[in-house]
Design a protein. Structure first.
Length: 223
């Protein structure tokens, strides 16, 4: 059995203790470190080499957003799941753009938080298409226009097939669903997704979805 090495970052010691108690009881999760401030995260990660960091966004020193941006800019960075009290929040969206693999609410049932950690450790995002759309709509408006030209310029690096795959990722389709819809094998879809990530300098499927949205590719198809 593969054990997931987990770091918990939250300024509230009771929250940290509760999460450690809930998650550390799972046979496949090991709590390898805790931090009370984003400023402690990089050194802690260097010492304990976690697979996943459960990161609170709002902390009085270095916030979780800044800590996430710093972590995900590093080579061999751990996956990050953001902890928040809000469904739709500009800071959550910024964390996702920085490379966080998803977010969970602090009042989420323990079993769901554990499932999120497991999914992220396996390389899967923890955002449903509905939640992704909610976040996108929350950030839409004046800021979208300023992002659109840049997003379209980046998407121009993709060939036609890669753009089709990127749109399907933006819709929240799984690899199997993309394969069926675009008449290709699942292995080919995985190859396309890997190439999209490499060409665009992205970390995960959530970032592909956000960029496709920014470029207006989802709007054209009524999504």
């Amino acid at each position: 059995m593969t054990v997931i090495r987990l770091v918990i970052v939250d300024d509230d010691p009771l929250v940290r203790a509760g999460l450690a108690l809930m998650l550390g009881g799972a046979g496949d999760v090991e709590i390898v470190g805790e931090a009370a401030d984003g400023a402690e995260v990089e050194d802690l990660v260097d010492r304990v080499r976690p697979d996943v960091v459960l990161m609170d966004i709002r902390m009085p020193g270095v916030d979780g957003l800044t800590a996430t941006e710093r972590l995900r800019a590093r080579e061999r960075a751990p996956q990050v799941v953001v902890l928040t009290t809000f469904h739709a929040d500009e800071q959550v969206l910024r964390a996702l753009r920085a490379g966080a693999a998803g977010f969970v609410l602090k009042d989420t049932p323990p079993a769901e938080i554990l499932a999120a950690v497991r999914r992220v450790a396996a390389g899967d995002p923890v955002l449903s298409p509905a939640v992704t759309r909610q976040l996108m709509e929350h950030a839409a408006g004046s800021t979208l226009d300023s992002r659109r030209s840049g997003a379209r310029s980046r998407m121009a690096a993709l060939n036609e097939r890669e753009r089709e795959v990127a749109v399907e990722v933006g819709r929240g389709s799984s690899n199997a669903e993309i394969a069926a819809g675009l008449f290709m094998s699942v292995a080919t879809v995985k190859t396309h997704v890997s190439r999209i990530l490499a060409k665009l300098g992205l970390n995960n499927r959530v970032q592909i979805a956000l960029l496709a949205y920014d470029a207006g590719l989802l709007e054209r198809d009524g999504h």
